[in-house]
Design a protein around this ligand. Sequence first.
Ligand code: TEU
Length: 557
Amino acid sequence: MKNFNDSVIYQIYVKSFMDSNGDGLGDIPGITSRLDYLEKLGVNYLWLTPVFISPMNDNGYDVADYYKVDPSFGTLDDLEHLIFEAKKRGLGIMLDMVFNHTSTDHEWFQKALKGDPKYKDYYIFRKGSGGNPPTNWISKFGGNAWEYVPEFDEYYLHLFDKTQADLNWENEDVREELYEIVNFWLDKGVSGFRFDVINLISKPDEFADDEIGDGRRFYTDGPKIHQYLKELNRETFGRVADTITVGEMSSTTLENCVRYSHPEEDELSMVFNFHHLKVDYDEGDKWSLKNFDFQELKEIFDHWQSGMDNLGGNMALFFSNHDQPRALSRFGDDKNYHKESAKMLATSLHLLKGIPYIFQGEEFGMTNAYFTSIDDYRDVESINYYNILKKQGLPEEIIIKILQAKSRDNGRTPILWNGEDGHGFTTGTPWIPFSKMEGINMEEDQKDENSIFAYYQKLIRLRKESPVIQKGSYKIIDKDHKSLFTYLRTLGEERILVISNYYGEQVNFDPSKYDLPELSRENYKVLLSNYDQFNLEKEKISIRPYESLVLSIEPHK
Ligand code: TEU
């Protein structure tokens, strides 16, 4: 299996990328109209969030027909045209496959509800006990994970919203249906797939209450998960050389991720995991306010980088996606060091070992939404938790603060292409308000020759040219430093040192403190920096607020 380490992937949240027909919703022709921009950025693949027919309770992650494009996004012709036009520019299209669950509007579920036994067995129906649901598991979007169906006096499992019913992967017919879908899209010429929460598909034999947690330990990386992924690979994309795949792995482990992504396991090309994006959860609770724990962030990166490196797994590198607040607002300083911290975060992430992802708008410094009213929010999870926190008696202003920091809508506001009305995104009313942060947009960024966009271009180019970035081993330097995340990448005699300041105060990096005798003025050169000028002293290096410095260490002559 190819490892894709020379590639960079760009995520498009279709609904918010570009609206071509003035209905306020991003669409497929909108993406096609921006392909030149994406080609200029230099990325290789475009991952599109789900574009299939859906009632959109979870913005397309509730699929009602996997074979058809939702009319709000365009037509199958539009998608085929996009695939064709993208290919012309050297860009591959990756589709998002949501196979843990379907929408309850899906024909299969509708037939199940009518009592058709074939289709009832496509889902997970169980009896309750003593008026309670079958288990006490909690849905990822809040509340119990089982929904009662009075006609059957049974409940069906939904790990997400109650309109997202979990599929029964034990049933061979279900698996075959899903493989057929993947093959259908492969035949349309797509280059790859992202598989939504794919490590949750294998449920336990027995459904039991979880006395110590929310149930996830029973179905995460479940008993038959590797068997199912191997089968999926064999029956579908394994047939087509160089298909790129990424699995979204919820609450997973290193051991499992190595197996999911090791080239010899024939499962997937790479994996997403989320441990590094929980460092601002207070005791595991997302719906709380806490500054991010920098030491923990480094420890998690180190654990995964070293582990995947040593054991041959392949990691997707990302700080942002459509389920996360914007990294720039979360780990950087989007007000005082907007450009510096945007570039620093990009450097610190892209030069790690793995395959980097850019989430739309990240390449010119889009920030959180900063909505001040619940009326601006659209996300089902945010609205559910607003109500849950309200019930718990939290004051409105605190809840809004929590949403401002944590809501998935932070990453979902429409792309700000320019500073005009509609921001070049739409001529109509956008489905969700624009970010309230003033003055940031793509055109504005590009006026500056030191734009964030130009910096991303450099990072992407650097990866393509540099075997050490693609394949080099990883080692952390000075793990306990209060504000720097520094790591060394090595491939044979080639070495690069990546130093990044995650805070707004200048600090010193003293190479003589570490086992880096080669790091002297004579034999290193600056490969990249997010500041214009630098003044490298022999003994110590000053690292300014949110500065990233990438040094190439030349071998001793
Ligand atoms: O996300 C899975 C997931 O676990 C996160 O969305 C998580 O629930 C969230 O961060 C909780 O805070 C995937 C998709 O990316 C997401 O958009 C969908 O809503 C979800 O699956 C269900 O399909």
